[in-house]
Design a protein around this ligand. Structure first.
Ligand SMILES: NC(=O)c1ccc[n+]([C@@H]2O[C@H](COP(=O)([O-])OP(=O)(O)OC[C@H]3O[C@@H](n4cnc5c(N)ncnc54)[C@H](OP(=O)(O)O)[C@@H]3O)[C@@H](O)[C@H]2O)c1
Length: 287
């Protein structure tokens, strides 16, 4: 039986990849810095994320890799370890990484780290697939403290258009790319089925959970102060996030791609369906 490694298996996407592989009957080895708390399906072997440790890559046929690091420095040892033992790698890159540009030509540090990994993987000799997802639907959970407290969501860039994608649709594509032939040397841009501004996302989440939610626009400085005051939001991510939104706002309006339905054979999930799954997280049962 083939064994697949899932790196970052407790994350938004990695958990879904590990679950889908396990449900397909594959042997799954998954990484977490805290294996005892990983809560992955029965039968999934959970190891710490040191891929150079003895046995970490034994019998691994394919690996799902995401990038949790705030640097490109770990890229070489990780890709070197993989290429010695693994035939196929599926890498989930950052949404802002521009294809075809060298790491030092990328527009920001996050894109540079991800481009560094992409380049090493492409030169590694492994069969590689790069998944370039648009904004995760799960990012809307950042609004959940506000939706539990009232009917408005305050933030900047309310008219910013995105193509939010369900994390499970990304995972479904990753599993296809891991277990079936035909995906090597492909870079897939994965989106959800709709172009939606942030204000429209709030309205749709409201409809899905039965509450009249609306967007309340803040200036950039008000938004920075609001995020800094939010204990649940990491301070070192605020600049990265707001810079990313400013870059997206200056870019052409994003377009929906057909990669998810083309590869999985199933339509990409709407935000309304995703929000219905997460109604309780948004305080959907509160009035
Ligand atoms: N959010 C978006 O809209 C978006 C869009 C496009 C691309 N992306 C990219 O998606 C990636 C994030 O994916 P995600 O949201 O699925 O991840 P996530 O939910 O943030 O989870 C991070 C995963 O990495 C593991 N991890 C954290 N620090 C680690 C470390 N130092 N060493 C080894 N493992 C570590 C965590 O496991 P443990 O804590 O159990 O160790 C967890 O499984 C980033 O590369 C981001 O740029 C995100």
């Amino acid at each position: 039986m083939s064994t697949y490694l899932v790196f970052g298996a407790t994350g938004n996407v990695g958990r879904r990849v590990a679950e889908r592989l396990a449900w397909s009957g594959a042997a799954v080895r998954a990484t977490s810095r805290n294996p005892e708390a990983a809560k992955l399906p029965h039968g999934v072997e959970v190891i710490t994320p040191d891929l150079t440790a003895p046995g970490a890559l034994d019998d691994v046929e394919g690996a799902f890799l995401m990038w949790p690091f705030h640097s490109g420095d770990p890229a070489r040892p990780i890709v070197d370890a993989l290429k010695r033992r693994v035939r196929r790698v599926v890498f989930m890159t950052g949404g802002g990484t521009l294809p075809g540009l060298a790491p030092d030509e990328q527009p920001n540090p996050v894109a540079r780290w991800h481009a560094t990994v992409e380049r090493l993987i492409e030169q590694s000799g492994m069969e590689w697939t790069v998944l370039s997802p648009s904004t995760f639907m799960a990012n809307t959970l950042w609004w959940s403290t506000q939706t539990k407290a009232g009917d408005s969501v305050r933030g900047a860039f309310g008219s910013l258009a995105m193509t939010p994608v369900h994390e499970d649709d990304i995972a479904a594509v990753a599993v296809h790319a891991l277990i079936e032939p035909g995906h090597a040397t492909h870079r897939y841009t994965l989106t959800g089925p709709e172009v939606l501004t942030q204000a429209e996302q709030v309205r749709l989440i409201g409809q899905a959970i039965g509450r009249p939610l609306h967007w309340q626009e803040l200036t950039l400085e008000q938004e920075r102060a609001r995020l800094l005051a939010d204990p649940g939001f990491p301070d070192d991510f605020i600049g990265e996030l707001l810079d990313g939104y400013a870059t997206m706002a200056a870019a052409p309006r994003p377009e929906v791609t057909s990669a998810v339905p083309d590869i999985t054979g199933t339509p990409a999930t709407t935000l309304s369906a995703w929000a219905a799954e997460h109604a309780a997280d948004f305080g959907g049962d509160q009035r």
